[in-house]
Design a protein around this ligand. Structure first.
Ligand code: BT5
Length: 247
């Protein structure tokens, strides 16, 4: 891929024609640090909390990372990746927003989702799989997600080469990830804050079918969403536990 200028991310590429989920494939095979799994067709893509990811005509890829970091730090990689996707889109003159913690939005619709999963083994660095699903040249979506989903093509009217978009994401991801590993999460965080879709907005926090109203005010240095709840208290929301909907 002539657009790729990384040292390790996406240098080992596993292409599978048809797969249930590129994240599953990456998890079930012991791949080296930076390996990329991608496919032509993903049949049962997954989102968070058991949700589905519709992959028709979309780009699906999973990056394997084997970082020497504490397990508690791993969820931050989702935000590092989200910042990288937004920067990659900037380079393509597409100004996106990041919906904390793992969605990329364009004109109020979701064009990309990120799913970070991991495997751990005693005395080994964690094996992290960062799955990125992006709608690039899609011109329609299944009824269930028609109102929430869109693609680069549908919003910007431009057909993009998948390999160009993928390379731009990996180029930016490697830079921000290397900084993160050195202890500089702030670089990614600043992008997530600057491009936030939720900061300053009234939101619904959904946890175990319980809905609470709040206002998003910031993203903390640890990557939590800082909100002020209806009764005026400030809370830090940890990703993975709560869904955020605009109110
Ligand atoms: C995500 O979950 O957004 C993470 C999606 C990660 C997909 C990639 S593809 C490569 C790799 N292999 C996998 O199996 N997964 C990863 P979440 O935040 O839970 O959002 C899921 C929700 O997004 C669904 O419930 C739908 O509402 C919506 N959705 C599903 N498919 C979509 C699509 N193609 N475009 C936009 N929104 C979609």
């Amino acid at each position: 891929n002539k657009h790729l200028n990384t040292k390790f991310m996406g240098r080992n590429v596993v292409f599978v024609e048809k797969v249930d989920s590129t994240n599953n494939y990456a998890k079930n095979n012991d791949l080296s640090n930076g390996s990329l799994v991608t496919c032509e067709e993903q049949t049962t893509g997954r989102g968070r909390l058991g949700r589905r990811w519709e992959s028709q005509k979309g780009m699906c890829m999973s990056v394997v990372l084997i970082p020497e970091i504490e397990l508690s730090q791993i969820s931050k990689i989702t935000q590092v990746c989200a910042a990288a996707v937004a920067k990659a889109l900037d380079e393509l003159h597409i100004i996106s927003q990041i919906k904390w913690p793992n969605d990329i939005f364009l004109n109020g619709k979701k064009i990309c989702g990120i799913l970070t999963e991991m495997k751990t083994e005693m005395n080994k660095n964690p094996y992290v799989v960062v799955g990125i699903g992006m709608n690039i040249n899609n011109d329609n979506f299944p009824d269930e997600i028609k109102d929430v989903a869109s693609s680069l093509y549908m919003e910007a009217g431009i057909i993009f080469e998948k390999s160009l978009v993928a390379a731009k994401i990996l180029n930016n991801f490697e830079i921000l990830y290397n900084e993160f590993i050195k202890g500089n999460f702030k670089e990614s965080l600043d992008i997530c804050r600057e491009k936030s879709y939720v900061i300053g907005k009234n939101i619904n926090l959904i946890e175990n079918n319980l809905v609470r109203k709040a206002t998003a005010v910031d993203i903390s240095s640890e990557g939590e969403l800082v909100v002020i709840t209806e009764n005026g208290t400030t809370e830090k929301i940890i990703s993975g536990e709560v869904s955020v909907r605009l109110n």
